[in-house]
Design a protein around this ligand. Sequence first.
Ligand SMILES: Nc1ncnc2c1ncn2[C@@H]1O[C@H](COP(=O)(O)OP(=O)(O)OP(=O)(O)O)[C@@H](O)[C@H]1O
Ligand SMILES: [Mg+2]
Length: 256
Amino acid sequence: MSEATASKDNGTEPMIEIQQLNKWYGDFHVLRDIDLTVKRGERIVICGPSGSGKSTLIRCINHLEAHQQGDILVGGVHMTQDIKRIEQIRRQVGMVFQHFNLFPHLTVLENCCLAQVWVQRQPRREAEKSAMKYLERVQIADQAKKYPGQLSGGQQQRVAIARALCMRPEVMLFDEPTSALDPEMIKEVLDVMVELAHEGMTMLCVTHEMGFAKTVADRVIFMDQGQIIEQAPPETFFNNPQSERTQLFLSQILGH
Ligand SMILES: Nc1ncnc2c1ncn2[C@@H]1O[C@H](COP(=O)(O)OP(=O)(O)OP(=O)(O)O)[C@@H](O)[C@H]1O
Ligand SMILES: [Mg+2]
């Protein structure tokens, strides 16, 4: 049995449980009755048209966005407005954004150490040691002394992944991590993500990289207008989509 499969079946509570989640921006009902359970070690790809609520959904999971109705549990911790709970949840969750969000005035190494030192209160030497370990893992240790502006987009995104991993998250959220990259850099970032998936990391990835979805996803979720319209293992999802909206979406993104 592979490590990934083993970690999926360890009999503990789901990594993420979302029940009847509803969210509004003012009058606009952005998430509608979302139910989603993610097991430990599970890899989920979320796709759907622009504005369908994909980013909002994953941002609710670490409370970058507040929701108004429904329940979110991460690692068994029930999300409330209580800052201690939110911090408890954020400690378990790493996030990678489309635009990297690295601090431009800090070196790659400092970017990776910052939260370890200030949030986890680790001694700087220890923080640097684990930063170098994760930078090596994303094959960018040789750039540790550079500033983000001196790196390519693909390299910056790999730094952002290493920075998230330094916090030893239980789950990683990716919001279109490759969509701001030039085509030749997409692969180097996807390779790192595939490796993470094979190591058994629980992952929720908003992406339209359907090759990635086919290779590593346990489940593909299609969202439209704030709802989960359809979810299935990739083979079923791509070969036999049930709803007309999914069919139309797939024909548009796979058609060129
Ligand atoms: N802070 C905000 N205030 C008001 N409306 C917002 C806010 N953020 C997002 N929205 C709206 O909520 C809807 C969902 O946005 P969201 O960013 O979650 O979509 P998405 O599926 O991630 O789209 P994309 O593929 O373009 O990234 C959109 O109609 C968007 O305009
Ligand atoms: Mg988005």
